[in-house]
Design a protein around this ligand. Sequence first.
Ligand SMILES: Cc1cc2nc3c(=O)[nH]c(=O)nc-3n(C[C@H](O)[C@H](O)[C@H](O)COP(=O)(O)OP(=O)(O)OC[C@H]3O[C@@H](n4cnc5c(N)ncnc54)[C@H](O)[C@@H]3O)c2cc1C
Length: 335
Amino acid sequence: MAVDAQSDKSSAKVAIIGAGLTGLLVAHGLTKNGFKVSVFDSETSIDTRLRDWTILLHWAMPTFEKLLPEEVIKALPGAICNPHLTFNDEVECLPCYNGITGDILFKSPLPGSRRVSRQRLRRVLAQGLDIKWGKTLSNISFPFDDVDQSGNPARSPVQLTFADGQSELADYALGTDGASSKVRQLLLCDKDAEPQLSGFMFATGITEYRDASKVEAVVKAHPVAAITLGMEAVAGCGVLSVEDEQDMSTWTTFWTKIWRGSLADLPKIDNTVEYIKQTTEGLCEPFQSIINWTPPDSECYIDEMKYWIPVPYDNYAGRVTLAGDAAHPMLICRY
Ligand SMILES: Cc1cc2nc3c(=O)[nH]c(=O)nc-3n(C[C@H](O)[C@H](O)[C@H](O)COP(=O)(O)OP(=O)(O)OC[C@H]3O[C@@H](n4cnc5c(N)ncnc54)[C@H](O)[C@@H]3O)c2cc1C
């Protein structure tokens, strides 16, 4: 059965695989432009993955405004780590400290930027979309591809098959399923699709000190976030969320650490916080103390950063493509 691909976008159906920030943003943009969009994600609900981190929105802000409907734009401040700040040149910059002397090396100006919680931004972006949870993509096929009367290929819908055995048809499919994308594996038939290990480790800690003076040390480095270039590591710290603006002991902060190393060389770790404390020394203040003060039961993740250098792939006459980390997983810290 040959089915003409929809040229009339008002009825063209797009399936987006992956309800991360990329998939949700694209879903809004396409919906705004008249496409019928469904998003499929392997997680069972938006609450499945509770891991949070911060993201700096800078040059992306004008794009957000183009892609998002007004009600979602209005809700965006709810994702800002500390929405109570007076945003000026001092707040809209990223200071970098000399890891030995603690002097400021430079301040990178970030006019109009906002640091947001990835988790809260995802919740804001999920509003008003058709998201089907618990759907893990396992295959993409074109079972109805045929030729027309003149012998030319007739484009047909894309068939998406999920791990639960169900399938869906769509005119177009977009893989926004992250750094280890299944869509990328399928498009490249596994060949050349594997992300590369970088040789650089990245750790993040989410800290609830319940102590205003410790939070104050973070805020003094910078009210949003700051980094330091040490001899052995690059470290950062900042504010993740503010419960009571007047009481800093209620604020949640974060730290980051990047160092040369690999997952393969990592010993067996019982407690990631203790491991980072034991292996971090010599950072200038307040960065060293910010790590040392971390309560032992804090969330702390350690990963080796991965990247993938894009190679050409068959997009099946424009019917399937990739975006976000699926298309270009990069090392973080893109300051
Ligand atoms: C600690 C940290 C700090 C960062 N800081 C910044 C920053 O400051 N600035 C910046 O630009 N970036 C930053 N990044 C990177 C940024 O978070 C990612 O680039 C971005 O979130 C990727 O979004 P995505 O939607 O492309 O992929 P993801 O967020 O990975 O979403 C992929 C989605 O696809 C789903 N999925 C996966 N496989 C399947 C499947 N087979 N079927 C169905 N669904 C599937 C997953 O469940 C997930 O919901 C940071 C990352 C980390 C970890």
